[in-house]
Design a protein around this ligand. Structure first.
Ligand code: ZN
Length: 264
């Protein structure tokens, strides 16, 4: 049974690339980060929307989920034992950025037996997350493949998905800010550029953010290296080469997270 999607669209950027070398491998359709050497995003019990957002499978087909907040802004987490201390510290750094920027309103705590649902950070195939609190019980997976996904900005992006946000350029109003160059998109990947309807999304009354850590790069899913997303506003044009390449939350990312979680 399909449920409506109640997404909080918007928050911010998909940057993810800073230290990453691009190559033809980046044409991997499931890799929205421009990262190389990664497995295609894959999960046994999920299918994928927009490249790196996992959707639970139900009765053999994809089911949209209603994005839920983590109660009290508290996200229990546990690490798979495969990560080294240095790798865990990189990932913890991303959590710390969220907590610090929200003035401790959104917190990550170690999972205990009292937590019915928790984020299990594990090195699966690719970099991906569910959107919001998607499970009723047990672990909710967030994959950060070793070593390709263990970067601060990638972990940050995936945690913000896990907090309930989708990609910035899927906002219902995105065509006022960017033009999608469908002729440059890898065949069969057009769905990654779908927009959500106003009834299914919550833009939180805050503006479009070219600098969001939840925004795609200008060449996301490009078949030929040419842009798939071209900003059309004067502000946007100044962002064209930087979209999706930031390493931290933008000011609007922070505002949106705080507003969604009713932070003071
Ligand atoms: Zn993403």
């Amino acid at each position: 049974m399909l449920h409506c999607v109640k997404l909080v669209l918007c928050l911010t950027f998909l940057s993810c690339e800073a230290h990453v070398i691009r190559s033809k491998d980046s044409a991997d359709a499931s890799n929205v980060f421009g990262l190389t050497g990664l497995a295609k995003n894959n999960a046994t019990d999920a299918t994928f929307m927009q490249g790196d957002i996992a959707m639970p499978k139900q009765d053999g087909r994809t089911a949209f989920i209603r994005s839920s907040k983590w109660p009290d802004g508290t996200v229990p987490v546990e690490f798979d034992s495969s990560y080294s201390t240095a790798q865990k510290n990189i990932i913890i750094g991303a959590m710390s950025e969220i907590t610090k920027n929200t003035n401790n309103c959104i917190r990550f705590v170690w999972r205990t037996t009292n937590h019915p649902v928790w984020l299990r950070i594990f090195p699966g195939q690719g970099c991906w997350s569910y959107m919001g609190k998607a499970m009723q019980k047990g672990p909710q997976d967030l994959s950060l493949q070793i070593p390709g996904c263990v970067h601060h900005q990638v972990a940050l992006h995936e945690f913000i998905h896990a907090l309930g946000f989708v990609h910035e350029q899927t906002r219902p109003d995105r065509d006022q800010y960017v033009r999608i160059q469908t002729q440059n998109i890898v065949s069969g990947q057009d769905h990654n550029f779908d927009v959500f309807s106003r009834t299914d999304t919550n833009m939180l009354g805050l503006p479009y953010d070219f600098g969001s850590i939840m925004h795609y790069r200008s060449d996301a899913f490009s078949s030929n290296g040419r842009p798939t997303i071209v900003p059309t506003t004067s502000v946007g044009k100044s962002w064209e080469s930087r979209m999706g390449r930031g390493e931290k939350m933008s000011a609007l990312d922070i505002q949106k997270l705080k507003k969604y979680y009713s932070c003071s």
